[in-house]
Every structure is written in structure tokens, then in C-alpha cells.
Design a protein around this ligand. Structure first.
Ligand code: SF4
Ligand code: SF4
Length: 163
């Protein structure tokens, strides 16, 4: 079943969370999302990686920007680039030999949010499963006692800047 874009919680202007779907998610570090997706990276993300001594041309696919939704959703669209893939292997250059992310502590914001996202609506925001979800580790229809929805949405909010 394709669960992409499924709404999981409403977020009101004061930051309160109304659960729409009780879910469970445990990342198994399979790195499928680092292989199957084209990962957008913003200029702010690039700066953080370059500060650690990694040259731009080692991890950017090409220097033609695209427009993506800003981390500060009120700001609309911002410029982004795509992470480079390894030659002959369709996976991000930062996947290591154990399938882990070499830059986990300062990975791009898109990677921090995945496999979830936040969509702006007329009244506030809605946390959703990412529209391009390739992850098999999200379980919907979990009992309220075992639900991780609030925890997941709080993590999303700590990554995003919502004005
Ligand atoms: S988010 Fe999902 S697809 Fe990506 S590494 Fe974790 S389990 Fe795998
Ligand atoms: S930066 Fe890390 S988390 Fe993001 S796609 Fe590359 S390996 Fe995966």
C-alpha cells in the first residue's frame, strides 16, 4: 500500500499537535532512501558541510539549482541543488560501507526530516508521510499506547523553522 502523503497530525499556530494517525517508525538504516531518491540540499546545508572541510564538487551533482519548499515554510520556495551519487552506483556519496551516513551529525535538512514532511494548509500545518516515501518501516494504525506520532512530529518541529 502506498502511504505517501498520508496526514499524521495537525499542528496549530501555537505548536500544539492533534494526532490524525497513530504510527510507529523505527529506521533500520537500510539506506534505501539514500539510494532511490534524488536528495535536495540547500545553500545552508552546503555551508555546514563545507565548514567541515569537504569540497563542494565532491558532493554536489551539478551547480544548477532547483526550487524547493523552504525550511521556513512561510518563505515559500528556495534554491537547492542535488547530492552527488557515486559513479556506477545509484546511491548518495555519503553512504559508507555499513550503509550508514558519513555526515550524520550535519546531514542536509531533507535527510533529517525524511521519511516525513510538513505541509502548509489554510489553518496551520499538517505533518505527513513524505510524498516520495520509499521507506517500508512506517506502520500505520498502531494503538494509542504504542503510538510514536507525537514524538515524531516534535522531532520534525525541532528541525524545521516555522514562523
Ligand atoms: S528512513 Fe526508511 S528507507 Fe531510509 S534508511 Fe531508514 S528505514 Fe531505510
Ligand atoms: S547525506 Fe546521509 S542521510 Fe542524506 S542521502 Fe546521503 S547518506 Fe543518506
Amino acid at each position: 500500500m502506498d502511504i505517501s502523503s498520508t496526514p499524521i497530525a495537525k499542528i496549530s499556530a501555537d505548536g500544539s499537535i492533534e494526532v490524525l494517525e497513530h504510527i510507529r517508525f523505527v529506521c533500520t538504516s537500510c539506506a534505501e532512501c539514500c539510494k532511490l531518491n534524488n536528495i535536495p540540499i540547500t545553500e545552508e546545508d552546503i555551508e555546514k558541510i563545507v565548514e567541515r572541510g569537504i569540497e563542494v564538487d565532491q558532493f554536489i551533482e551539478e551547480l544548477s539549482p532547483v526550487l524547493i519548499a523552504s525550511k521556513s515554510l512561510e518563505n515559500g520556495l528556495i534554491k537547492a541543488y542535488f547530492l552527488r551519487k557515486k559513479p556506477f552506483v545509484n546511491e548518495c556519496v555519503f553512504v559508507d560501507e555499513l550503509n550508514l551516513c558519513k555526515i550524520h551529525e550535519f546531514k542536509p535538512s531533507a535527510c533529517q526530516l525524511y521519511p516525513f514532511s510538513i505541509r502548509k494548509e489554510d489553518e496551520g500545518y499538517v505533518a505527513i508521510v513524505h510524498p516520495d516515501c520509499v521507506c517500508d518501516c512506517i506502520e500505520l494504525g498502531i494503538s494509542e499506547e504504542k503510538s510514536q506520532t507525537v514524538e515524531i512530529v516534535e522531532n520534525l518541529l525541532s528541525t524545521l523553522t516555522i514562523n
